[in-house]
Design a binder for this molecule. Structure first.
Ligand SMILES: *[C@@H]1O[C@H](CO)[C@@H](O)[C@H](O)[C@H]1NC(C)=O
Ligand SMILES: *[C@@H]1O[C@H](CO)[C@@H](O)[C@H](O)[C@H]1NC(C)=O
Ligand SMILES: *[C@@H]1O[C@H](CO)[C@@H](O)[C@H](O)[C@H]1NC(C)=O
Ligand SMILES: *[C@@H]1O[C@H](CO)[C@@H](O)[C@H](O)[C@H]1NC(C)=O
Ligand SMILES: *[C@@H]1O[C@H](CO)[C@@H](O)[C@H](O)[C@H]1NC(C)=O
Ligand SMILES: *[C@@H]1O[C@H](CO)[C@@H](O)[C@H](O)[C@H]1NC(C)=O
Length: 533
């Protein structure tokens, strides 16, 4: 009898799965008050809860907690988020019958910042983002050593708040959370060269990054197609190299604004000035930097045989150092086309006199000089993997960015076995599109899954989701990135999981996407048919 019943249940489930396309209702039922990315440790009750009264709500600094503008502006932002959430409720609070697990009204969150609060501070690779959060009968408190930890904890707190089943109040389940990121560098690459992206969309992107606890904007700011960055020292670069000299450029004020907007949210801004390839737009105003291609009367990569190339870059990066204050800069170094170098007599004789035997070695010669000059400017370099593969000698703190999908496990092994630190993007190219729900492809990929020792795994500092801009502009940037990059954000923050059962994250992402929508991020539906409150 028991066996028969079991068989019947299995048959019924298979039948349901087969006809799923035609069932009424949403494909995936969203969670309520679940956090994305999943915290390292969380105990949450589904019986005991508080009712948050948004109008009365305050953040209360505990004795000993310093304050500063960054902290106060975070309180303002999250207060606004709660007011926004409150618009979902439909009944007056007085009219609801509160159930057994009601622990009381939650009108304040105590803030215990044990370290300093400094407005001038910039987030860094090594910042401490850990925090502890209690929402219990005994205490309602957020504790962190740094301001950055408080920011991450406020985001988590705001995500615990959800609409109750009667849609009449904001509920927050009793919880205890101890949280910290799995990787330090959790980035998103945007590309403002293939298509210009407006300030507004870049700021929305930063908002969404905060909601996913991402902490590094990799700004692939210029490339072959256009040079929208306005240099004060060399204004001709954007005058001639941008798609439009006035409307499709980032003025010094724009750049400053983006960096500040990111900084107060705990996000680093890392520009990429990719050389020696991907530089056609530089040649619009400075053709002398590039190698003439005799056959096609065009220009190839930068010309490493001329000292003037490096003099120019020295001046250029000195200006950049004053603008982008992070300790890292991305120098590119990918996909260098050697054909122009091969055609150039000057390059050939230069290689002879310098005993450079291959074009890979010539590229290494070039990039090493650039790495040396930015090192003198107190920048650490990030370079695409080719720079490593071509055998360049990399300075101490260089990060090797692994992006090629082919043999990525071997590449990570080779990079870390040589003692170099790595960033990972190989299976997180958002321009790879699959049909609905393809965030799962990104979710199944984990950088630690290569044949490395524990010590080698430690050298992976994180990774980035990459949104290349060939077919992405202002109109589809946000919906193409989110919530697909949320999958990457969770892989980089949350504890390792090798589960192939994505039922749990699927439901949580359903809620998280609605949450982003509510906060003004036009994320696309992650899981098929459904709806948001
Ligand atoms: C919070 O409590 C409600 C009511 O029991 C429950 O439906 C929901 O799943 C809980 N949320 C989380 C994230 O556990
Ligand atoms: C904070 O410190 C002040 C003065 O030292 C004291 O009067 C007050 O009771 C303290 N508050 C709390 C909550 O400990
Ligand atoms: C804040 O947290 C620290 C570290 O746990 C603790 O020592 C201190 O007493 C707390 N401050 C208050 C006012 O509770
Ligand atoms: C969750 O509960 C378990 C068991 O009581 C406890 O060991 C653990 O420390 C708790 N975790 C947090 C973050 O409170
Ligand atoms: C090759 O080098 C010579 C001598 O430095 C220079 O005058 C000439 O312009 C260079 N040719 C090209 C194509 O850059
Ligand atoms: C890794 O290094 C080995 C030994 O140098 C080399 O044969 C192999 O091609 C490298 N793999 C990759 C993917 O670079």
């Amino acid at each position: 009898m028991y066996i028969l019943a079991k068989v019947a249940v299995v048959l019924l489930i298979s039948l349901l799965v087969m006809v799923q396309g035609g069932l009424p209702g949403p494909q995936v039922i969203a969670t309520q008050g679940a956090v994305w990315p999943r915290p390292q440790q969380q105990n949450i009750s589904s019986e005991n809860y508080f009712v948050l009264r948004p109008k009365k709500f305050t953040f209360a600094k505990l004795n000993g907690t310093e304050t500063c503008g960054l902290l106060e502006s975070a309180f303002t932002r999250y207060y606004e988020v709660l007011q926004q959430d409150a618009k979902m409720t439909r009944k007056k609070l007085k009219k609801i019958a509160l159930g057994d697990g009601f622990l009381g009204y939650l009108d304040e969150l105590k803030i215990n910042l044990t370290g300093k609060c400094i407005d001038a501070e910039y987030p860094t690779l090594d910042m401490d983002e850990s925090y502890k959060l209690w929402v219990t009968n005994e205490r309602v408190e957020l504790q962190a050593v740094t301001l950055w930890g408080i920011l991450r904890g406020l985001e988590t707190f705001s995500q615990l708040v959800h609409l109750d089943n009667q849609e009449s109040f904001l509920r927050i389940n009793s919880s205890t959370i101890k949280d910290f990121p799995r990787y330090k560098h959790r980035g998103l690459l945007i590309d403002s060269s293939r298509h210009f992206l407006t300030l507004e969309k870049i700021l929305r992107t930063l908002d969404a990054m905060v909601y996913n606890k991402m902490n590094a904007l990799h700004w692939h700011i210029v490339d072959d197609q256009s040079f929208p960055f306005v240099s004060v020292k060399f204004p001709e670069l954007s005058q001639k190299g941008a798609y439009h000299p006035y409307t499709k450029v980032y003025s010094p004020e724009d750049v400053k604004y983006i960096i500040k907007y990111a900084r107060v949210r705990g996000i680093r801004v890392l520009p990429e000035f990719d050389t020696p390839g991907h530089t056609a737009s530089w040649g619009q105003s400075h053709p002398e930097l590039l190698t003439p291609c005799e056959i096609f009367a065009t220009y190839g990569p930068m010309d490493p045989s001329k000292d003037t190339t490096f003099t120019f870059l020295q001046e250029f990066f000195t200006e950049i150092r004053g603008v982008f204050k992070d300790n890292f800069i991305h120098l590119g170094g990918d996909e260098v086309d050697f054909s122009c170098w091969q055609q150039s007599d000057n390059i050939t004789s230069f290689m002879k006199t310098h005993s450079i035997a291959t074009y890979e070695a010539l590229e290494s010669y070039y990039i090493q000089k650039v790495m040396d000059l930015v090192e003198k400017l107190q920048y650490n370099s990030i370079v695409w993997q080719e720079v490593f593969s071509n055998g360049a000698k990399l300075p101490e703190n260089t990060l090797v960015h692994v992006w090629k999908r082919v043999d990525w496990k071997d590449t990570l092994k080779n990079v870390t076995a040589s003692g170099k630190q790595a960033l990972f993007s190989a299976c997180w190219y958002l321009d790879t599109l699959n049909s609905g729900g393809d965030w799962e492809d990104f979710y199944y990929c984990d950088p630690s899954e290569f044949d490395g020792t524990a010590q080698e795994e430690e050298l992976i500092l994180g990774g980035e989701a990459c949104m290349w801009g060939e077919v992405v502009n202002d109109y589809n940037l946000i919906s193409r990135v989110w919530p697909r990059a949320s999958a990457v954000a969770e892989k980089l923050w949350s504890p390792y999981s090798d589960s192939y059962d994505l039922d749990e994250p699927r439901k949580r992402l359903e809620e998280h996407t609605c949450r982003m929508n509510r906060r003004g991020v036009e994320a696309e539906p992650p899981n098929g048919p459904g709806f948001c409150n």
